[in-house]
Design a protein around this ligand. Sequence first.
Ligand SMILES: Cc1cc2nc3c(=O)[nH]c(=O)nc-3n(C[C@H](O)[C@H](O)[C@H](O)COP(=O)(O)O)c2cc1C
Ligand SMILES: O=C(O)C(=O)c1ccccc1
Length: 391
Amino acid sequence: MTFFGNLQNEIYFAGLGGTLPALPMTAAGLEDLARQRLSPEAFGYIAGSASTERTAAANLAAFDRHRIVPRMLRGTAAPDVRDLSVEVLGTRLAAPVLTAPVGVLELVHPDAEAAVGAVTSELGVGSVLSTAASTSIETVAQVSGETWWYQLYWPSDDEVAESLVRRATAAGAKAIVLTADTPGMGWRPRDLELGHLPFLQAKGIANYLSDPVFRSRLASPPEESAEAMQMAVLTWVSMFGNHAIRANDVARLTEWTDLPIVVKGIVHPEDAHAVVDAGASGVVVSNHGGRQVDGAIGALDALVPVASAVGERATVLLDSGIRSGADVVKALALGADAVLYGRPWVYGLGLAGADGVRHALRMLLADLDLTLGLAGFASVAELDPSILRDA
Ligand SMILES: Cc1cc2nc3c(=O)[nH]c(=O)nc-3n(C[C@H](O)[C@H](O)[C@H](O)COP(=O)(O)O)c2cc1C
Ligand SMILES: O=C(O)C(=O)c1ccccc1
């Protein structure tokens, strides 16, 4: 059992000795500092969502509409009685949190996915490695311990898709997360106004450049010349978007790997049904942080219908709008088995590398630990809808 709340004491005692924390103590504080310190291109890419960004706002509003009704005098506030650990699809986690897959991390820091893999493994939480990573699967696997999953963007070239899945399985991933909501990019005004798409500069395509099947599609090795790299980028462009995938195709993934399959980006209960029927063991209720369909339902508002639809047949995770410990409590109470944490740790990475990722995660985990205990619960298993009221 890990007492994540001890971060609080650590900070106060350091303060007594005259040392102030290097980074802000809220997700919003990290975003504000990142806005000042990162390049406009990097900040815009991370912070931006689709179109009017109303779905990004709806994600946060949905959390605010649910309020916890804390219970008192139940003997549960002491740290040593609390247990945040969970097992999710066979992966044992010290807390019900995994880092969401985020592509192109080299935009914010050269240590990128390796920093995330090392820190999540150190804290005992999970990570989901993006297909659009800046570092190859095999390199990240070396530092990521036993708690990492692999996120698949299914390329339109099936043999490349199969190769990526087999590589992730061989490298030790514990689940494959197929992202369903991004057959192409949404309309993203912040990137459009800067004319900025990182992939065109060969960023975020390391998993393709290191893939033997992808390389077999190229006339010459991308390392050979700037022109060869440009051709590799264009080949990536030609196969990134895949509008042909259907729910049934999930069954094909189970031929390439024995790992559990999770489908990410589900908000409609019927889609959840369909992918579970096709062999998925889990779904991530998500609208991609509002980056795809602007005007879409807030992710938390989709959780109860999806969780009811799949019942005991599948594990349910949620992302899009997790910013605090209370948000995690609310998601778990409404039926999520765990959450994916997105933008805040990316700002941490950009501000301070691995230290910033550690800070963002420890802050969330401490807040979760303390909120749980102060609300009268000794374990995350005790959370259910009865602990919440509508605001
Ligand atoms: C900069 C950025 C890059 C992302 N890249 C990926 C990706 O490569 N694969 C994926 O499945 N989701 C990707 N996502 C979506 C996240 O996994 C997650 O769904 C989203 O960040 C949740 O919203 P939140 O960060 O607002 O909480 C990305 C999100 C951001 C902000
Ligand atoms: O930017 C994104 O949200 C995203 O998911 C993505 C899409 C293509 C490649 C890399 C990341």
